[in-house]
Write a protein that binds this ligand. Sequence first.
Ligand code: KG4
Ligand code: ZN
Length: 346
Amino acid sequence: MSPGKIKGMTVLGLETSCDETAVAVYDGSRGLLGDEVFSQFDLHRAWGGVVPELAARDHIRRLLPMVKATLAGAGTAPGDVDGVAYTAGPGLIGALMVGAAVAESLAYAWGVPVIGVHHMEGHLLAPMLEPDPPGFPFVALLVSGGHTMLVEVAGVGRYRILGESLDDAAGEAFDKTAKLLGLGYPGGAALAALAEKGRPGVFEFPRPMLDRPGLDFSFSGLKTAAVVAAKDRALDEQGRADLARGFEAAVVDTLVAKALRALDSTGLDTLVVAGGVGANRKLRADLAAAAARRGARVHYPRPGFCTDNAAMIAYAGYRRLSAGQHADIAIRARARWSLDELAPVA
Ligand code: KG4
Ligand code: ZN
């Protein structure tokens, strides 16, 4: 491959870490050429949560046809693909194995390099796909169904975890409270919509760990407080909305306060918010107000790139592959994997 082609590499990205099957094509010169996501919500809804085995089996059914369709939609033939990137972890091991096996096989068949991408690296680089991308260094607030963490980002692969949830992730707390309110699965967005009809101050929940120094989070006590509050009163429709509002306010206040604390402790003035909970309107409004007060900038990916997608994986893979990083053909899948362990990109 010529140096020019390396910079303009076309990378196929696959994401199968949980309940979204996603495929994207990112080109270093032309940007994002294709991006498809299939959500397995309907498959898991009856079970009230993601069933790992069902997730893996559905990825098997959908992934290759989606690769074909996404490549065709992007006007790209397999021969145009210069590298393949896939989510190698963290996530559900069976689901990850499907993406890994397909990506490694395609790369082998096409004779191109392949790389396993860290799912959270994908999330934190997602705002780089927007027209006004953040510059390094920045603080990333990663808030998804599986993770809540604050990371100091000095460059691609140069991450320092400042704090993380000691128990439930913020999205998990949203989903569990939504389930309690009968909002189905995954209920984070439905809970947020209900909260908009709620009255402030009717339910006051604790702001977990705000009274302690440091940047770790804990949301399981808050979820328990919501369970207790819901049991104590017979809730009508307005009561459910009031509870949703009180719960959302407690989570958002905690996330905003800790994000500002992270900017203070690092001396940085750029915040990137990514992960599914980053789609929350109250979080966005409160962070915007708090950042404006202190002259900081907040960057988000577009809503579709807050939740799981392959565009972020193709992009992270592009950054690594175009810098010459790739691995031997081997199926790589890790249920647990810390961002701290990643290799920096020059
Ligand atoms: O990043 P993501 O798609 O998947 C994981 O990697 O976990 O995040 C999904 C999470 C779910 O917990 C979902 O309920 C939550 O993001 N979520 C929201 C909103 N939209 C999605 N939580 C609060 N408010 C929202 N508007
Ligand atoms: Zn995610």
